[in-house]
Design a protein around this ligand. Structure first.
Ligand code: HEM
Length: 510
């Protein structure tokens, strides 16, 4: 993930100078100033808590202590008139209320849609009546056996023909690779194949960057940036065509151009009846079965972009954090190996596999628990944002004004002792196994990685199947050795990437 450009750095530096100016106007006391700058919730005149945010720009995930001190709900104040005020909550009772019981009062809202305008009218961005129709289309597709067959087939081919041979190559050469990069390429290619467009083959020894791959990266960085600075600044930057905003505009153009071509090619394929009736990719499903009325090319473009984002980084992020957590807990790896051996006996060479039935994978209760535990501590979507339509009072007693913003800090929620007990910071897959050896289910407003209520993630089952398939294949074939001494910390982004990636070596198992 690229870092901020010169323009952004100047803005941050400028804000820092202003904060400093306000500080030295006070009687000079170095330690007091330092402590004040570091104390995140300090509310300065005019600048609000913005100086603290600037100082902690790279550490916004250190919020556990603050939210514990504030009894799980904390009012953040931005600079005056900057529109950055928000109520930050990790209280499951509030989450349940916002996402389910009083769902109709909490929407993504115009401010969210403005920030995420690049997603157009796709599901990730939308509140309108059309959302329900789009959700119904997704549900129909995800339950259709032809689409399910297609995704199993696509993942199998990607694993068998590309990921495993590539990892074999790395193992043979003793190459140190960035596991996060490998997973992002794997899931990017898999997402495009699932969409039904040509495989970009970004997963290869060369690790080349296709233009769509780069466009997705640029969009993610720009979205984070829009959250961190006042609206008028990114608006101005957008109008002037500078920095991240310039890259965002270019990425948008790339999406428009490439999606336009893919959609028109797909329409030709369908017209010429080139498509196979037994397996159906996403674009074919949406176009051929005319589930949306009208299904115009612009909406298909929005679905296309949203799908890449929903699929690619969530799965890649989960896999990266998961393998890092495993490297810290070898006994968990041993238990997963036993479970795989007992439930999925191997047959044939690695070239002839892998293709597991989702029902077979469901037998892997401990692995399921380990994946949930990993997403509890490192949720791929670390924040959720909602806007209140009408004034309201949350179960925690906090007043919510009309049009105000609420931020659910999912990353911190998974680490709260008040929610998960005194051992909340520990990686314990057993937490998810019931006394009878089955999966222990936690309410979605507590284990919030997949969202909850009417807008919960639609791809949860598909994601769990993909995750288990990849993990089983890797663990059966390799010992993953994480290079010692590297720093692992989250990148302050929309998706919980590892800031410096994860350098590993693959050792082939006998
Ligand atoms: C580990 C993997 C995944 C995680 C943690 C995850 C998590 C989430 C979250 C938190 C949301 C809510 C986003 C928001 O409202 O802003 C969401 C929405 C969604 N996800 Fe997933 N997701 C994953 C994988 C997938 C996959 C593989 C698909 C593919 C079908 C998918 C499809 C969707 C869709 C269509 C929505 C929009 C639902 C709506 O807004 O009504 N997700 N996901």
């Amino acid at each position: 993930m690229s870092s901020f450009g010169l323009f952004e750095a100047s803005i941050v530096f400028f804000c820092f100078l202003i904060s400093y100016y306000f500080l030295i106007k006070k009687p000079f006391d170095y330690f007091k100033i330092k402590k004040t700058l570091q104390s995140y919730p300090w509310n300065w005149p005019i600048l609000g808590m913005f100086p603290g945010l600037v100082v902690r720009l790279n550490r916004i995930y250190d919020g556990v202590e603050i939210l514990e001190n504030y009894n799980m709900t904390f009012p953040f104040k931005g600079p005056w008139f900057a529109g950055m005020d928000m109520l930050v909550t990790v209280d499951p009772a509030n989450v349940h209320y916002i996402m389910s019981s009083n769902f109709s009062n909490y929407i993504k809202g115009p401010a969210f849609q403005e920030v995420f305008e690049v997603f157009g009218n796709g599901l990730l961005n939308s509140d309108s009546e059309r959302t329900n129709n789009l959700r119904k289309c997704y549900q129909a597709m995800l339950h259709d056996p032809r689409f399910q067959r297609f995704t199993i087939f696509a993942t199998r081919n990607k694993l068998k023909d590309e990921l495993l041979p590539l990892l074999d190559h790395f193992a043979k050469e003793g190459t140190v690779v960035d596991l996060q990069d490998v997973f992002r390429r794997f899931t990017f290619d898999a997402a495009l194949v699932t969409l039904g467009v040509p495989d970009p083959r970004s997963l290869s020894v060369q690790m080349a960057n296709d233009e769509l791959f780069k466009a997705v990266e640029d969009v993610e960085v720009a979205m984070v940036y829009r959250h961190l600075i006042p609206r008028f600044m990114w608006k101005l930057q957008n109008r002037m065509g500078l920095g991240q905003e310039k890259k965002l505009t270019e990425a948008d153009a790339t999406f428009g151009r490439l999606c336009g071509k893919y959609v028109s090619d797909k329409r030709d394929e369908i017209r010429n009846e080139v498509t196979n009736e037994e397996v159906v990719d996403l674009l074919t499903f949406f176009i051929k079965f005319e589930l949306l009325d009208p299904i115009d090319d612009k909406l298909l473009r929005d679905v296309f972009v949203g799908f890449i984002l929903a699929f690619r980084d969530t799965i890649a992020s989960t896999l990266t954090w998961f393998f890092w957590l495993l490297s810290e807990k070898p006994h968990v790896v041993t238990k997963i190996h036993h479970e795989i051996q007992e439930n999925l006996p191997r047959s044939g060479s690695s070239k002839e596999r892998p293709s597991y039935d989702p029902a077979e994978l469901d037998k892997l209760v401990y692995l399921h628990g380990a994946l949930c535990e990993s997403m509890r501590l490192y949720p791929p979507v670390p924040f959720q944002r909602r806007s209140a339509i009408k004034q309201d009072v949350l179960p925690s007693g906090h007043k919510v004004d009309a049009n105000s913003t609420i931020m659910i800090f999912v990353y911190v929620m998974g680490k709260m002792r008040a929610v998960w007990g005194e051992d909340a910071l520990e990686f314990k897959p057993e937490r998810w196994v019931s006394a009878t050896g089955g999966i222990r289910h936690e309410p979605a407003y507590k284990f919030f990685a997949f969202n909850a209520g009417p807008r919960a993630c639609l791809g949860k089952n598909m994601a769990m199947t993909q995750l288990k398939t990849v993990v089983v294949e890797i663990l059966q074939n390799y010992d993953v050795e994480v290079v010692k001494g590297q720093k692992t910390e989250p990148f302050s982004g929309l998706i919980l990437h590892m800031k410096h990636g994860l350098r590993v070596k693959f050792n082939k198992r006998c």
